[in-house]
Design a protein around this ligand. Structure first.
Ligand code: G6P
Length: 363
């Protein structure tokens, strides 16, 4: 088994270190001189799509949320995201201008599959995003865009989350392009995607958060906060931590703190703030200040060059500066690594979290 892990202690950490190559595989054939292209969707009528409904579970659901923030920023498309266990019991309205995107790493999650069957019966066109060639979802959907992350053994999704994001950014760009929407921001996003394998490589080589993890491993609670496109990063960070470390981690859009969760904060309840200097930076900064006023300890993750937060927060983790839309991607390895280190330091096996399965094939 040690050989399978190529010298790494766990599959999870091995798979985090595989992210640069995983991204490269997701980009192969999809980066052209004319920009991003998803050949799989050539025959699809994306020009006329006015509504997009995304359905997924767990980590895949968080990737879907990033897509929503990304695409709705540029186009007047009505985008809705739901977890499959809710979606399948709602009355989902679809018409000929609706596209359904079903995301499932394994392609075998029961609730997601049932959601696909239901909307197909209503006449919807379904694009599946999956990592497993020939999986059930790929057979039941109209077309599949593969993540190409390679097999993932660790129960907690890592490189497949990163690749879901990459593929969803490409899907978003494809839809926007077909609708005649393309601008400098999107061009910068695309350039960043192309550079991301090397940026990930450097980030994974350079960053050391062992000491930080060791300090935080004994806390029993965590509050993750983020805003806008960085809100899903807070959700995913909290999910990773609770899945493998069994720490009571919860995530909120930072603006909601004042409506309840802030009551929990005290010196024993640290806040993990997703706070790049993007379009909502001043807003999250003031949420950090409010948390600090409750004497909560704060770790912030932000972009290199941001010295502004040093005065306010207790700990800071830097990632390379990125276009606003791309922080969910470049911050992924950091939140994953933080959860991994804490789980390992607490003496748990991150590859085999209790009560969880890699794919949930029953309802
Ligand atoms: C399980 C796994 C999660 C995963 C979720 C959805 O709960 O433990 O890591 O995100 O299923 O899986 P899917 O294969 O449909 O993306």
């Amino acid at each position: 088994a040690a050989a399978e892990k190529s010298g790494y202690k766990h599959f999870m950490i091995k798979e985090i270190y595989e992210e640069p190559e995983a991204i490269e595989s997701a980009l192969v054939g999809r980066v052209t001189l004319d920009g991003p292209v998803l050949h799989e969707l050539k025959e699809f009528d994306l020009e006329n799509v006015e509504k997009i409904k995304l359905v997924a579970c767990g980590t895949s659901y968080h990737a879907a949320l990033v897509f929503k923030y990304f695409v709705e920023k540029y186009a007047n498309i009505d985008i809705e995201v739901d977890v499959a266990s809710e979606f399948r019991y709602r009355n989902i309205y679809v018409d000929d201008k609706t596209l359904v995107v079903a995301i499932s790493q394994s392609g075998e999650t029961a609730d997601t599959l049932e959601s696909v069957r239901i909307v197909k019966k209503k006449g919807a066109k379904v694009v599946a995003i999956s990592n497993v060639v020939g999986s059930t979802i790929t057979r039941e959907s109209d077309v599949t865009v593969y993540m190409n992350a390679g097999p993932e053994i660790g129960v907690a999704a890592t490189k497949t989350y990163v690749n879901q994001l990459v593929v969803l950014y490409l899907l978003g760009m494809e839809i926007l392009k077909k609708k005649g929407i393309w601008n400098e921001d999107l061009e910068n996003d695309f350039e960043f995607l192309k550079r991301s394998p090397n940026l990930f490589r450097k980030l994974l080589e350079d960053f050391k958060i062992d000491e930080l993890a060791s300090y935080y491993k004994n806390y029993n609670h965590f509050m993750y906060i983020g805003r806008g496109i960085n809100h899903p990063t807070a959700l995913e960070g909290a999910l990773k931590l609770k899945e493998i470390s069994y720490i009571n981690a919860t995530a909120y859009p930072a603006g909601e703190l004042k409506h309840g969760p802030i009551a929990l904060l005290d010196p024993k309840f640290p806040v993990f703030a997703i706070a790049p200097q993007g379009y909502l930076y001043e807003k999250i900064k003031s949420n950090i200040e409010e948390s600090k006023a409750r004497k909560a300890r704060i770790i912030a993750i932000t972009n290199e060059g941001n010295e502004d937060l040093l005065k306010i927060v207790d700990d800071i983790i830097y990632v390379p500066k990125a276009p606003d839309d791309m922080y969910p991607l470049i911050m992924s390895p950091v939140i994953q690594m933080f959860a991994y280190l804490i789980a390992d330091m607490r003496g748990y096996d991150p590859d085999k979290p209790r009560n969880l399965a890699k794919s949930v094939t029953v309802e």
